[in-house]
Design a protein around this ligand. Structure first.
Ligand code: BTN
Length: 242
């Protein structure tokens, strides 16, 4: 496994992207840092965590050609790989909040940011960024954040946790390459937070009740509405209120 360990960097996603522009980088190369000073999250948010205590890393996945209507296969595989990696450390009560927040109970312990790019020579690079709260115990003003340590009361070896996640990621990406994604989607849905339960949603400031029926391979959320029709919402359109 090719692992680049850094003590501090702006963003591991940006660092890995820069590296691929400058030189040949092996498939599944990992960039991990102790302190990420400009971590980026979904939809332009920031990812700020305490230095030294958590996992902030990015993995390069090459040439995973995904059709636009199946673009979410990789997101599902990454979320499932994080869950499977953590389950091997006996962390229970894990779920995936659409699109790919990792929850323990109803608190967020991890997030995923995947960025795809096509190089001039046609190569496709997916940069899979994973932030996982491991040994941090204080989240100050963030009541919905938690960590492995807060959940179990134990301290974790970050390298071992990362290795567990990446091992599952390799296997699940191989599944996608063999067009065998059923097992990924079955697991994704079995772990989907609030699946089948009436829940409040927000769509551009309007609140409504709906029941999550599933997530499509393009990443839209399928929600059964009050009139029993099923609507598909994109990530930017709705927010699950919890
Ligand atoms: C989210 O839930 O909003 C996604 C957070 C993703 C954070 C990770 S940490 C490693 C990688 N580098 C970044 O700048 N972001 C991702």
């Amino acid at each position: 496994m090719n692992i680049i360990k850094l003590s501090a960097i702006n963003s591991t996603n940006d660092y890995l992207k820069g590296l691929t522009a400058a030189q040949f980088v092996e498939n599944f190369t990992i960039v991990v840092t102790e302190d990420q000073t400009g971590g980026r999250g979904q939809m332009g948010s920031k990812w700020n965590v305490e230095p030294g205590k958590n996992l902030t890393f990015s993995v390069l996945i090459k040439d995973l050609l995904l059709e636009i209507n199946e673009i979410f296969n990789l997101n599902a595989a990454v979320a499932v790989s994080v869950i499977e990696g953590l389950e091997s450390f006996n962390i229970s009560n894990l779920s995936i909040k659409w699109p790919n927040d990792i929850l323990a109970g109803n608190k967020k312990i991890g997030g995923i940011l995947i960025e795809n790019s096509i190089k001039n020579n046609g190569e496709i690079f997916s940069i899979v960024g994973i932030g996982l709260n491991v040994n941090q115990k204080d989240f100050g003003e963030l009541p919905k954040a938690s960590s492995l340590s807060l959940v179990t009361g134990k301290e974790y070896d970050k390298d071992a946790v990362m290795a567990g996640i990446v091992e599952n990621l390799r296997r699940n990406v191989a599944g996608i390459l063999n067009s065998n994604t059923n097992f990924i989607w079955n697991k994704y849905h079995s772990k989907l937070y609030k699946m089948g339960v009436p829940m409040p949603f927000d769509k551009e400031g309007q609140k409504f009740m709906g029941i999550i029926k599933g997530v499509s391979k393009s990443g839209t959320l399928e929600v059964q509405l009050a009139d029993d029709s099923v609507a598909n919402f994109s990530i930017k359109e709705v927010q699950l209120l919890y």
